[in-house]
Design a protein around this ligand. Structure first.
Ligand code: NAD
Length: 313
């Protein structure tokens, strides 16, 4: 099936993520069955979607009178098998408990037509070992970010037996929803973003545990530095601006080294200052590159100040 032909989706699990993922489908005009074992969770999900739509309307993302129209695309149910049987694409977003996931995969495998992709929103479980599937080619991870109806990224992670067509179909469907899919080459625990976020959390726990900085100090420090740079240079390109020779020295001071950095330094590819580092700057001068970067930093800084982003929520 072509992703443009998808008319119905099923989202299994109507909690923090499920209601928000369902809303993403509904906002794109795809009928979605939102399923939960708890009737109360379905009622709460409808309420959460209503609030989310009101916020989207206030933010100018949808027209103020469109909320009911969008909600009409969401049907709630406690019947996994029936809903999965009629869906063109299924997302499971039940609790991060292997036994619960395994049981849901078994239900989905039995109910869904063979060619329907089953996507797991696991935060990091190796569902490819957990799920007992006779058609593993249609199983993959599509990891959304909270709130899923606002944050664009969805990490798409294939397992060892996932069919390439299932991956490309999922990426196309996510693009149709206005999402930004980043397709990984294979499974690693915590994927990209949570792997980085987890390392940051460990550093935060160390800082707070030592008493050397307060929670407010840590957030202020990060917001006034990384918070301005990250949207422009990410976490990889930023190394090109540090200078890869300095990165190598810093690593050495921790008793570490990295083959990629060593290779770049040996080749004289030190980052923006040599117009080539981890990224290739196409022969542009350092002055040109910095002019572009700093123009963007200034705009980000002005915007963050304007919206009051440096204050805690
Ligand atoms: N919360 C986040 O920020 C976040 C972000 C990305 C991914 N995830 C992942 O998404 C998944 C769901 O997380 P959440 O925070 O939405 O959890 P949640 O507890 O808020 O929601 C899970 C829902 O699943 C329902 N459920 C339980 N067993 C079920 C079953 N057998 N069939 C149908 N529904 C069932 C529960 O009643 C509950 O409403 C987890 O795998 C989690 O790791 C969470």
């Amino acid at each position: 099936m072509d992703a443009r032909e998808v008319e119905r989706a099923a989202v299994i699990g109507a909690g923090t993520m499920g209601h928000s993922i369902a809303l993403s489908f509904a906002m794109s005009g795809i009928v979605v069955d939102l399923v939960d074992v708890e009737g109360a969770a379905l009622d709460a999900a409808r309420e959460r979607m209503r609030h989310a739509l009101a916020t989207l309307a206030r933010g100018g993302v949808i027209a103020g009178d469109r909320a009911d129209e969008v909600l009409a695309f969401v049907r709630t149910s406690t019947e996994t098998a029936r809903c999965a049987a009629g869906a063109d694409f299924v997302v499971e977003t039940v609790p991060e408990v292997p036994e619960v996931k395994r049981e849901v995969f078994a239900q989905l495998e039995a109910a869904c037509p063979q060619d329907v992709v089953i996507a797991s929103n696991t935060s990091g479980l190796d569902i490819f070992s957990i799920a007992e599937m006779s058609h593993p080619g249609r199983l993959l991870i599509a990891h959304w970010f909270n709130p899923a109806h606002i944050i664009p990224l969805v990490e798409v992670v294939p397992g060892p037996s996932t069919a390439p067509e299932a991956v490309s179909f999922t990426a196309s469907l996510l693009e149709r929803l206005g999402k930004v899919p980043v397709v990984m080459k294979g499974f690693t625990r915590a994927f990209i973003v949570n792997k980085i976020q987890n390392m940051m959390s460990l550093a935060v726990f160390e800082l707070l545990g030592s008493g050397l900085a307060t929670p407010e100090d840590v957030d202020l420090a990060v917001k006034y530095s990384l918070g301005i740079r990250l949207p422009v240079v990410g976490v990889v390109q930023t190394l090109d601006f540090t200078g890869l020779d300095l990165v190598a020295d810093l690593l050495r001071s921790y008793g570490l080294s990295n083959p990629l950095i060593e290779e770049k330094v040996a080749a004289g590819e030190l980052g923006a200052k040599t117009s080539r580092g981890i990224y290739d700057y196409g022969g542009r001068s350092e002055a040109e590159i910095l002019e572009k970067r700093d123009g963007l930093y200034l705009r980000v800084l002005a915007f963050l100040k304007e919206i009051g982003a440096f204050e805690p929520i």
